[in-house]
Design a protein around this ligand. Sequence first.
Ligand SMILES: Cc1cc2nc3c(=O)[nH]c(=O)nc-3n(C[C@H](O)[C@H](O)[C@H](O)COP(=O)(O)OP(=O)(O)OC[C@H]3O[C@@H](n4cnc5c(N)ncnc54)[C@H](O)[C@@H]3O)c2cc1C
Length: 346
Amino acid sequence: MTQPLRTDILIIGAGLAGSLLAWRLMQAGKSIHIVHHPSLLSASRVAAGLINPVTGQRLVLQENIELLLPSAKKLYRQLEAQFHSQFFFEKEMLRSLQHDKAKLAWKKRQNNPTYQSYLSNIDGQSSVIKQHQTGYLDTNALLDSLHTYFQERHCITISDVRQEDIKNYQTHCQWQHITASKLIFSQGWREINGKFFAFLPFQPAKGEILHLSTPHSLPDYILNQGKWLLPLKDKSFKIGATYQTDASDEQPSESGKHELLEALKNMPIKQKDISIISHQAGIRPNTLDKHPFLGMHPKHQHIGIFNGFGSKGSLLIPWHSQCMCEHLIHDTTLPSDADIQRFTCV
Ligand SMILES: Cc1cc2nc3c(=O)[nH]c(=O)nc-3n(C[C@H](O)[C@H](O)[C@H](O)COP(=O)(O)OP(=O)(O)OC[C@H]3O[C@@H](n4cnc5c(N)ncnc54)[C@H](O)[C@@H]3O)c2cc1C
């Protein structure tokens, strides 16, 4: 029979959100246990891990970038030092301004001092700009290292958790043989099917990515033409991503592949001899107001959520995991735009 186990915090889900929160809590001296199921596809395993402070046709700078980016870089460098492996790769991005909206936005932004460290002109070009402070996180390498670390410390269990099996008491909660002072759900988009946080306005969005190889040389920067092309360290490259608000399945589709291969034709690289290594799909845990979901359940004080990082997990999770960690340990106030207290309809 499985021995009973006591832990400070039980986390359900080991994508980027659950794993980085667990790491931060362990570093802060808390005991943790994680439960996840690898056969339940994780968006973090599909994501390209791009970090891009200025996005969209309107070239909008991410809110709180001055907090988010340093926090992300610091955490990824700490993890690299811990695991003797590089996870975060800084790479500039060339952004093609294909539509009038983007050209107009650039006109507005180019003399704005706030944007100067993120965007710049390329001499003689009117429809291509450079984006700085961009790069990508190798999410699979980072998650492999973290999961091995958790396994070596016997604090990760593989199981498909049914929220109906969670017992919620006055002072603690329990799932199977594990008793925890607090339980945090980091299940990505699957939270929409749960019993505790279904009241939160998730807007899951399916996405597909192609991983390709070519014998020809690739640019040393990320290309962004609406669809992006990410050259990787092993000379292969990724192209993505599709965006579909109907998130009824996680399967790669022929239409998704076609959309990406059509976008590839317009990329300034040699088109001959390209072959497909893999084609993956996943579901982003997007939210209606585009802000993450952090905090404890309004009725069940030992049960919380750390989720809703949408299309920007690599940039958003490091800083928000710090906020959530401090909230769980010291009861500090959460950032108001991420705190689930903004929704009252339970
Ligand atoms: C095609 C695509 C491209 C993307 N590109 C980027 C990008 O370039 N840059 C970027 O920053 N972000 C990108 N994203 C978004 C990014 O993937 C997410 O923001 C982030 O990975 C979310 O992490 P998460 O841990 O919340 O969710 P997930 O990674 O989905 O993890 C959820 C975890 O919960 C577990 N789980 C779920 N239900 C249960 C259950 N019942 N029992 C046990 N375990 C359970 C799963 O096994 C998994 O471990 C992309 C996403 C997609 C789909």
